[in-house]
Design a protein around this ligand. Structure first.
Ligand code: M6R
Length: 615
């Protein structure tokens, strides 16, 4: 994780670094720091906590200078303290370095360096790299600024793990050297100024012209030029791309939190997911970005969905949708498990990597592994300039708009809508009748209004949340396509309230989970009217018989459940295949209101980051 920004140009670096860094806070917010070449040497400011804390430190002691580097941290090695914040320096204090990634052999390297007389000021893996670059600089035979480039190249060769780094050195006032392996790094090409950043979003107000650095490349960046070289030191010809960037709408509007704003944006977000992609006449979906013709789509024998967290939960709903609509067997895999496992995959399997950010390290790693084995991989991403979007063979953009709250909400429902479109398209190329296709299209078109109707219960849900927020532990149960909704509801609750919450298929209750039931452990039971409604009511009775409170997600018109459950979270009725999309809405609201009741930092919960760019 972590976010990096560097600047070289004619302007004051400090305000630019602070501003651009604030757009990367989604990558981590444990501490922040910057280093600027002030004409005499490297000057560093760093603070634990949010970028705001760093900004305050910089406001009281500003640094003057036109080139610098900065970092927002998600702690891997060492606690979130001032000392562990980046930038880190070498032994001679001549250079400063920021790093996004993990150095796997850092203990071994630390032992070697300590024996050679190095002392360290932090517990981080990054400080080791700063010392290695410093040592390599001392011993490099290269001349001029090529010496710093050479030092970066040779020090990074000693590292096992991932890195995106930016380095400045006292001897070279107008130079930033960057390198990447595994972690993303982009060059922002300005007019008489240049930038480096972990992603293009950081650069939105400054430039839309970018160069995406490739793995193992090193860049030396000046105000008026930049040179990219391969691991062997050969100069590389790069392509400047124009990105559709736009300044991120990071405005909460009238909402107190991004999470609530994004929950309420779902009618629009899902409309964007299906707009222009429905073919009413042919009763199917149009997904040109897949880059697969009808013949190829008909030949798919299996699908494997890769993702993490909420994105994987969307994939689990996708499994039900595609298996029901297209009768293609679908397996879902935790991306982190797939990339290192021996998972056998049969011939005509299509892979789908699902990721809001498109930068999740595990999902990217798993997708690369599937591609390495020769499989076609599609991406379902929100961030159009992301690595997964670029490296996949095709895919479907979500167009959900920026999701700032760490807890994923609108991205989940958008992803499920996209799986519905895929199911419809694949189904219509196989057995699904036009009549069934049309029914689904009609239901999809009505969905935004029904989400608005579900959101109208927010105040009532707040009252339920306030009643149950004091409990330490909660269970979430659902069957079939609502089992992933139970998982997603529990994940949301854990993330933003820090309460313990677990999701299970309802029928698993009696296989052990029921031992947890008592009057202090509420169960959220998803029991909308479907083929397993009566089974769910059976579970409800079993929980009540053991004194457990039940909060039921039920249809607005369900009068029966009101008499049985302790609280009801009402949802309108829709097509059975789309009902999970409506059922997740009250669960998002329940978590949000519970987190507010508990005084939690809703948009930036502890220990988390929006985009998990380390494995
Ligand atoms: O950006 P991605 O969709 O790849 O992120 C995957 C997960 O890290 C993410 O969904 C995470 O679980 C969310 N914080 C859940 O709210």
């Amino acid at each position: 994780m972590c976010g990096i920004v560097a600047y070289v140009g004619p302007r004051d670096a400090q305000p630019i670094l602070l501003d651009a860094l604030s757009r990367l806070e989604y990558r981590g917010y444990d501490s922040a720091g910057l280093a600027i070449l002030n004409g005499k040497g490297v000057e560093v400011r760093k603070k634990s906590g949010r970028i705001q804390e760093l900004a305050k430190a910089c406001a009281s002691h500003p640094i003057q200078g036109q080139s610098g580097i900065s970092h927002t941290r998600w702690a891997t090695h060492g606690a979130a303290t001032d000392a562990n914040a980046h930038p880190h320096q070498d032994a001679a204090k001549k250079l400063a370095l920021v790093h996004n990634g993990v150095i796997e052999n850092y203990l071994e390297l630390k032992t070697i360096l300590s024996k050679a007389g190095h002392t360290f000021l932090s517990e981080t893996d990054t400080e080791i790299l700063a010392h290695l670059v410093g040592d390599a600089f001392q011993s490099s035979k290269a001349k001029g600024e090529a010496r710093l480039v050479d030092a970066v190249r040779s020090a990074t060769q000693k590292i096992q793990g991932t890195l995106g780094i930016a380095v400045i050195h006292t001897d070279f006032p107008g130079l930033v050297v960057g390198a990447r392996r595994g972690s993303p790094l982009v060059i922002g090409v300005g007019e008489g100024e240049n930038f480096l950043a972990s992603d293009t979003q950081a650069l939105a107000p400054y430039t839309s012209r970018v160069v995406i650095l490739q793995d193992q490349e090193v860049v030396s960046l000046h105000a008026d030029r930049f040179d990219v070289s391969s691991p062997l030191g050969d100069r590389t010809n790069v392509k400047i791309e124009e990105v559709e960037n736009g300044v991120t709408h990071s405005d909460k509007g009238t909402y107190p939190h991004f999470m609530l704003k994004e929950i309420f944006e779902q009618p629009a977000a899902i409309t964007n997911a299906f707009r222009g992609r429905l073919d009413v006449d042919a009763a199917t979906a149009k997904l040109g970005g897949l880059n697969l013709g009808s013949q190829e789509l008909r030949q798919i024998e299996r699908i494997c969905v890769l993702g993490c967290g909420t994105a994987l939960h969307a994939g689990l709903v996708g499994k039900y949708l595609i298996e029901t609509l297209a009768k293609i067997p679908v397996e879902t895999q935790h991306a982190s498990e797939f990339r290192y496992g021996d998972s056998p995959v049969s011939g005509r399997t299509l892979f789908i990597a699902v990721s809001q950010s498109g930068e999740t390290a595990d999902t990217l790693g798993a997708m690369r592994e599937a591609k390495r084995r020769g499989f076609t991989c599609l991406g379902i991403c929100n961030n159009v300039a992301s690595t997964i979007a670029r490296e996949s063979d095709g895919g479907v953009y979500m167009h959900a708009g920026p999701e700032i709250g760490v807890a994923a909400t609108k991205s989940f429902t958008s992803q499920v809508v996209i799986f519905t479109l895929l199911g419809l398209l694949l189904g219509r190329l196989r057995f699904l009748s036009a009549a069934h296709g049309r029914e689904l299209i009609e239901a999809m078109e009505n969905l935004p209004a029904l989400i608005t109707q579900a959101l109208a219960h927010s105040d009532a849900i707040r009252a339920v949340a306030q009643r149950y927020a004091k409990h330490r532990s909660m269970l979430y149960l659902g069957r079939l396509a609502n089992f992933p909704i139970a998982l997603e509801g529990a994940l949301k609750m854990k993330e933003v309230t820090y309460l313990h919450a677990e999701g299970y298929p309802s029928a698993e209750l009696k296989h052990g989970v029921i031992a947890l039931i008592d009057k202090e452990t509420p169960t959220v039971l998803i029991a909308t009217r479907d083929g397993v409604y009566d089974k769910n009511l059976g579970n409800l009775q079993e929980i009540k018989a053991r004194g457990g409170p039940v909060i039921a997600v039920a249809l607005e018109e369900d009068k029966k459940i009101i008499t049985l459950a302790d609280a009801v979270l009402p949802v309108p009725r829709t097509h059975e295949l789309l009902q999970p999309i409506l059922n997740v809405i009250p669960l998002q609201l329940l978590s949000y209101h519970a987190a507010v009741a508990l005084g939690r930092d809703v948009d930036k919960p502890r220990n988390l980051a929006k985009s998990v760019t380390v494995e």
